[in-house]
Design a protein around this ligand. Structure first.
Ligand code: ADP
Length: 677
C-alpha cells in the first residue's frame, strides 16, 4: 500500500479521499488554488501545496504544477477525484511517465470511453445493448436526417465529445431536425471544440440506472449493483438512490453482467460506472448502454451504504496492485440509501447557480458508515465562488427499506440550514416527500412532470413565519442587551433594557419586515410586540396571539405561538432574517424605517448583477423605452447565460457596462425608470 498520496482535487471529494487515507494510515497531500488557500481540504490534509491561480486551467487542470507538487512532496500516487483531470488520458499517461501511480484505470480505457460514438461501437462488439441509432463518421445533414427517419422520431442528437448535457437536442419531428442539428453542432463546437454528433432513439419516460463496476490488474471484475439517478435537472443528477426502486433481481443480474463485460472489454481497473438508459415499466425492462464514467462518481456513497464497503479503499488497494477484496458472490445489498445534492442554486430561476458567503451553515451530524452521512468540503464562513462547482454538501441517508431511507432524508433536510445565499434545500425536500417519489415512479422527466408541487411559490409568509421572525428579533435584542449590560458599568440602567420599556407607557416595540420574495414590489409587514410579564403578545396580520419562546446560539427556536408549539430556527445575515420552518426557508428583509426614506423614490429601479460574471450582450441603448420582460442585457456566469429583463414598462436611463466587461455580484448594471401609471 502507498505511504503518501496526492489528491488532485478540491472540495468534498478531496475531503472524502483524505478520510479513507487517514483510516488506512496513508499520508495525504492536498493541492490548492489561490481561491482555496483557506479551504477545508487544505486544512484536513497532512500537507498542502499551492498550484496556481483560481481559474481551474491555472490550478486543478494544471498538469505540470500538479506533477511538480507530487514530486516535491514525495507522493507515490495521485487520486484525481471526479471532474478536473479524472478522465484525462493524457494526464494518466503523464503520471506514469513521471513514475507516479494514477489512481484510476489505464489511459487506454479512458480513451476508449472518451468518445460516445467509439464507446458505443466498442460496446456493441462486446455484446452490450446500445440505444438504437447512428454513431458513424458521416456528418452530412441530409444523411443524418435520413438516419433520424430510419431510427424513428423522437430522436436525440448528442455530441460525441459530450458531457454535462451540452450539445444535446431532442427532436420530435422531421421538420425540426435541420435546425436542431445545427444548434447541437454549434453548442458542441463551443463546448468541446468538436462538432461531431450521433443520433439515438429517444427513450420515452426513461430511467437513468447505472452500474458500479470495479476491476483489478489481475483480470478480475465485479459489479457493486446499481444506482438510480433519474431525478435530474438540465440532464444532470440531483437525487440518487440504491438499489433502483422496483428493479427485479433478474434484470439487476443481466445489467450487472453486461457492465462487467463492458469493463472487461477495455481491460478496466479501479472504480467505474456504466450508465444505462432504462426503458422500464409495464412493457418490459429494456436497458441500453449510454456511456462509461472512468472514475469515482459523485453518488458513490449510496453504493457504500448498501454494500457496507469503502470504494476509495478499494481504489487505493487496486491501484497499489492488490486484488479486489471480494468476489461477486460475496457481495450483497442491505437496505436502501438515498443521496441528495445540496447546491447553491435557485430552482425558481431554472437552477441558476448562486455564489456567496456561507454566513450560516448547519448540517446534520455525520457518520461515514451511515445511517446518516454528510460529505462536504465547506464550513460556515466559507465562500461558494464563481470558479468551481456550487455544491455545498451531499446528504446521504440509509434505511432498512426505501420508505425508511426517505423519511430519514426528509429529517436530514430539515436539519440543514443555509443562510447567505439561495439553495435547493426546500426543492429537495419537496421531491423526497412527494407522493409520486414515494411510490418509486421515477423517470428523467420527473421534475418537469411534478413541477407544480416541487417549485414552491414565494407567496406571502404565513403569520407563524412572521411571528418567528419577530421573535428572533426580540430574543436577539434581549441577548444583545444582556451582553451590553454586562459590559457597561451600570447593568441596571434602563438604557440597557430591550423589553420595550418606556416611561409612562405600555411596553411595546414595532418590527418591520419586507417580504414578497422575488416580486418586484415587496409587501411590508409591521408587527407590534407587547411585552407582558408572562411573555409577549404579537399583533400579526391575522390577529393578536400570545407568544413565548427561547433561542439557542445556533438560531434554533423553541416557541409557543398562539396554541402551537414550534421548533424552528432563524438567523440574521446582514439586513435579512432567514426563517427555517417546516422544511421551508423564508427570507425577510428587516426594514429600517430610516433607510426606507432614502429608498422611497418609487419606480426607480437599479438592475443589479445576480452573480459575478461577464457581460456578453447589451440589447438596448440608453434612453430606450422598453416593455416589461424585455431583454436588456445578457451576462455569462458559471458557463451559463443569464438575461436581465425589464421589471416593468419603462425607460432605460443608463447602462453602466459594455460587452466584455467583468462585473461583481450586486453591482448596478442598468439604471431603470418605471413608467408611471
Ligand atoms: P452527458 O454526458 O452530456 O451528461 P449522457 O449521455 O450521460 O450525457 O445523458 C445525460 C442524460 O440525458 C441521461 O441521464 C438521460 O436522462 C438523458 N438521455 C440520454 N440519452 C437518452 C436517450 N437516448 N433517450 C432519452 N433520454 C436520454
Amino acid at each position: 500500500m502507498f505511504k503518501r498520496i496526492l489528491i488532485a482535487n478540491r472540495g468534498e471529494i478531496a475531503c472524502r479521499v483524505i478520510r479513507t487515507a487517514r483510516r488506512l494510515a496513508i499520508e495525504t497531500v492536498a493541492v490548492y488554488s489561490d481561491a482555496d488557500a483557506g479551504a477545508m481540504h487544505v486544512a484536513e490534509a497532512d500537507a498542502a501545496i499551492r498550484i496556481g491561480g483560481a481559474a481551474p486551467s491555472e490550478s486543478y487542470l494544471n498538469v505540470d504544477a500538479i506533477l511538480a507538487a507530487a514530486k516535491a512532496s514525495g507522493a507515490e500516487a495521485i487520486h484525481p477525484g471526479y471532474g478536473f483531470l479524472s478522465e484525462n488520458a493524457a494526464f494518466a499517461e503523464a503520471c506514469a511517465k513521471a513514475g507516479i501511480v494514477f489512481i484510476g484505470p489505464p489511459a487506454s480505457a479512458i480513451r476508449a470511453m472518451g468518445s460516445k460514438s467509439a464507446a458505443k461501437a466498442l460496446m456493441e462488439k462486446a455484446g452490450v445493448p446500445v440505444v438504437p441509432g447512428y454513431h458513424g463518421d458521416k456528418q452530412e445533414p441530409g444523411f443524418l436526417a435520413k438516419e433520424a427517419g430510419r431510427i424513428g422520431y423522437p430522436v436525440l442528437i448528442k455530441a460525441v465529445a459530450g458531457g454535462g448535457g451540452k450539445g444535446m437536442r431532442r427532436v420530435d419531428k422531421a421538420a425540426d431536425f435541420a435546425e436542431a442539428l445545427a444548434g447541437a453542432k454549434r453548442e458542441a463546437q463551443g463546448a468541446f471544440k468538436d462538432d461531431v454528433v450521433l443520433i439515438e432513439k429517444y427513450v420515452e419516460r426513461p430511467r437513468h440506472v447505472e452500474i458500479q463496476v470495479f476491476g483489478d490488474a489481475k483480470g478480475n471484475a465485479v459489479y457493486l449493483f446499481e444506482r438510480d439517478c433519474s431525478v435530474q435537472r438540465r440532464h444532470q443528477k440531483v437525487l440518487e438512490e440504491a438499489p433502483a426502486p422496483g428493479l427485479d433481481p433478474k434484470t439487476r443480474k443481466s445489467m450487472g453482467e453486461a457492465a462487467v463485460a463492458a469493463a472487461k472489454a477495455i481491460g478496466y481497473t479501479g472504480a467505474g460506472t456504466i450508465e444505462f438508459i432504462f426503458g422500464g415499466g409495464p412493457s418490459g425492462s429494456a436497458f441500453y448502454f449510454m456511456e462509461m464514467n472512468t472514475r469515482l462518481q459523485v453518488e458513490h456513497p449510496v453504493t457504500e451504504l448498501i454494500t457496507g464497503l469503502d470504494l476509495v479503499e478499494w481504489q487505493l488497494r487496486v491501484a497499489s496492485g492488490e486484488a479486489l477484496p471480494l468476489k461477486q458472490d460475496e457481495l450483497s445489498i442491505r437496505g436502501h440509501a438515498v443521496e441528495a445534492r445540496l447546491y447553491a442554486e435557485d430552482p425558481a430561476k431554472d437552477f441558476l447557480p448562486a455564489t456567496g458567503r456561507l454566513a450560516h451553515l448547519a448540517l446534520p451530524p455525520s457518520n461515514p458508515q451511515g445511517p446518516v452521512r454528510v460529505d462536504t468540503g465547506v464550513r460556515q464562513g466559507d465562500t461558494v465562488s464563481i470558479h468551481y462547482d456550487p455544491m455545498i454538501a451531499k446528504l446521504i441517508a440509509w434505511g432498512e427499506d426505501r420508505a425508511a431511507a426517505l423519511r430519514r432524508m426528509a429529517s436530514m433536510l430539515d436539519e440543514t440550514r443555509v443562510a447567505g445565499m439561495v439553495t435547493n434545500r426546500d426543492f429537495l425536500r419537496a421531491v423526497v416527500t412527494h407522493p409520486a417519489f414515494a411510490t418509486g415512479d421515477v423517470h428523467t422527466g420527473f421534475i418537469g412532470e411534478h413541477a407544480k408541487e416541487l417549485f414552491l411559490a414565494d407567496g406571502p409568509a404565513p403569520d407563524r413565519v412572521l411571528a418567528l421572525a419577530a421573535l428572533h428579533s426580540v430574543l436577539a435584542n434581549a441577548a444583545e442587551a444582556v451582553t451590553r449590560a454586562a459590559a457597561s458599568g451600570d447593568p441596571f440602567s434602563p438604557w440597557n433594557r430591550s423589553d420595550g420599556w418606556r416611561l409612562n407607557d405600555d411596553a411595546w416595540s414595532i418590527f418591520r419586515f419586507a417580504e414578497g420574495g422575488r416580486e418586484v414590489a415587496a409587501r411590508e409587514v409591521a408587527i407590534t410586540v407587547h411585552y407582558r410579564k408572562s411573555g409577549y403578545v404579537f399583533d400579526l396580520p391575522g390577529g393578536s396571539v400570545p407568544v413565548i419562546g427561547t433561542m439557542a446560539a445556533d438560531g434554533t427556536i423553541t416557541a409557543r405561538i398562539g396554541g402551537e408549539v414550534c421548533h424552528a430556527a432563524a438567523v440574521r445575515v446582514g439586513g435579512e432574517v432567514y426563517v427555517f420552518d417546516g422544511g421551508r426557508t423564508w427570507r425577510l428583509a428587516i426594514v429600517d424605517p430610516l433607510a426606507a426614506v432614502a429608498d422611497a423614490e418609487i419606480g426607480t429601479g437599479k438592475l443589479t448583477a445576480p452573480m459575478p460574471g461577464k457581460i456578453i450582450a447589451v440589447k438596448v441603448e440608453k434612453g430606450a423605452i422598453v416593455e416589461r420582460g424585455q431583454a436588456l442585457l445578457v451576462m455569462e456566469a458559471m458557463k451559463m447565460e443569464h438575461t436581465i429583463r425589464a421589471p416593468a414598462d419603462g425607460k432605460v436611463e443608463g447602462i453602466h457596462y459594455a460587452v466584455g466587461d467583468q462585473v461583481d455580484e450586486g453591482v448596478e448594471l442598468i439604471q431603470f425608470e418605471a413608467k408611471e401609471d
